[in-house]
Design a protein around this ligand. Structure first.
Ligand code: ATP
Length: 348
């Protein structure tokens, strides 16, 4: 069993900076969790604490049934895949993959068999005698994966493993890593600042901001039910549109008075209205005026960017939907509107 449990884990660096505020969550055995957030939000610090590369200031970390706070990284039964792959340039692919097994008193024949199995899984058999310099970026990444796989760890930790690859290869590798993780069923924690990677790879996403967890949920939950304006604007490209709005006469009103939906009971004052670009329709009969400044053609769909009153706003339109330039009108899909507290940014 490799359930991972964090109980009020906190990190204060020696200079006094609190990089991770007390954080608790539970990762069931076999789950693929992605830690995502902007640069500096504390995701690498959290991962490094789990790996044992960084001391835990407070709290309890368990992997399986063991509390591992004081356990050496090598004894945590984890395998880590880094951004820079950490391959040995003077060793062949075979020796690089076998490297993690050599101090484990495993006989040569078993090591060779494990290397062959991993190489087959990763399509590396024909490269086993090459050195890393004779491989492409994607192949090097696979060697790093191979080294992790042969150790049969209880937990995989990935630290931005795809960020050195070009966009096309990144898309391909994220599918490969996800498929491999499914097949092996190993609990995995994957750190990235790329929200597309988070959405496409995760069983559950943990969104971090300023050393705190903002939301934990499935990609669907985090995207469609963001817990805060931070999550709403971090997840999705373009992000959720956020408009200043007001509760007035029992309605939510935007743009100086246009009603868009009934207000929750007994609410008054300001509110932030969130709506995803794909939940907006160009609609001649709509009562929201919109001015399209720029159309981005993306093949199967297009993005219309412009002004709603004095606020910037984006719309997602399929290729066979109208793409007006200049002045037009909109309607919003009321069921897909999210309301946030204007002061705290938290979901209402
Ligand atoms: P990135 O995506 O840029 O790697 P991150 O979310 O992984 O960012 P961390 O590397 O965990 O962020 O850093 C979190 C915060 O802790 C940052 O503000 C960083 O400057 C600070 N920090 C990291 N290492 C130390 C250290 N050794 N001493 C003091 N502060 C540190």
């Amino acid at each position: 069993m490799a359930r991972v449990h964090l109980e009020t884990i906190r990190k204060i660096y020696p200079n006094g900076f609190e990089a991770v505020t007390p954080t608790s969550f539970d990762i069931p055995d076999g789950e693929f969790v992605v830690l995502v957030g902007p640069s500096g939000c504390g995701k690498s610090t959290l991962l490094r604490m789990i790996a044992g590369l960084e001391d835990i200031t407070e709290g309890t970390l368990s992997i399986g049934d063991r509390v591992v706070n004081g356990v050496d990284p090598a004894d945590r039964d984890i395998a880590m895949v880094f951004q820079n792959y950490a391959l040995y340039p003077h060793m062949t692919v075979r020796r690089n993959i076998a490297y993690g097994l050599q101090n484990r008193k495993i006989d040569k024949a078993t090591i060779e068999q494990k290397v062959q199995e991993a190489a087959t899984m990763l399509n590396l058999t024909e490269y086993l005698d090459r050195k890393p310099a004779q491989l492409s970026g994607g192949q090097r990444q696979r060697v790093a994966m191979g080294r992790a796989i042969v150790r049969d760890p209880a937990l995989f930790l990935f630290d931005e493993p795809l960020s050195n690859l070009d966009a096309k290869l990144r898309n391909q590798m994220r599918i490969e890593i996800k498929a491999l993780q499914r097949r092996l069923g190993v609990t995995s924690i994957y750190v990235t600042h790329d929200q597309v990677e988070a959405m496409t790879m995760a069983d559950r996403i943990i969104v971090m901001n300023g050393g705190k967890v903002e939301q934990i949920g499935t990609p669907h939950e985090v995207y469609h039910n963001p817990a805060s304006t931070f999550v709403a604007s971090f997840m999705g490209a373009p992000p959720m549109n956020l408009l200043e709005a007001r509760f007035e006469d029992g309605m939510v009103r935007i743009n100086g008075g246009t009603p868009v939906m009934p207000a929750p009971a007994a609410r008054t004052g300001n509110v932030t209205l969130g709506i995803r670009p794909e939940d907006v329709r160009i609609d001649d009969a709509g009562d929201i005026p919109f001015h399209v400044d720029l159309v981005e053609e993306l093949g199967a769909h297009r993005l219309l960017h412009g002004q709603l009153g004095d606020q910037t706003f984006s719309i997602h339109a399929m290729k066979d939907e109208p793409a007006p330039q200049g002045a037009t009108r909109l309607s919003l899909i009321p069921d897909n509107i999210c309301l946030f507290d204007s002061e705290t940014g938290k979901r209402i």
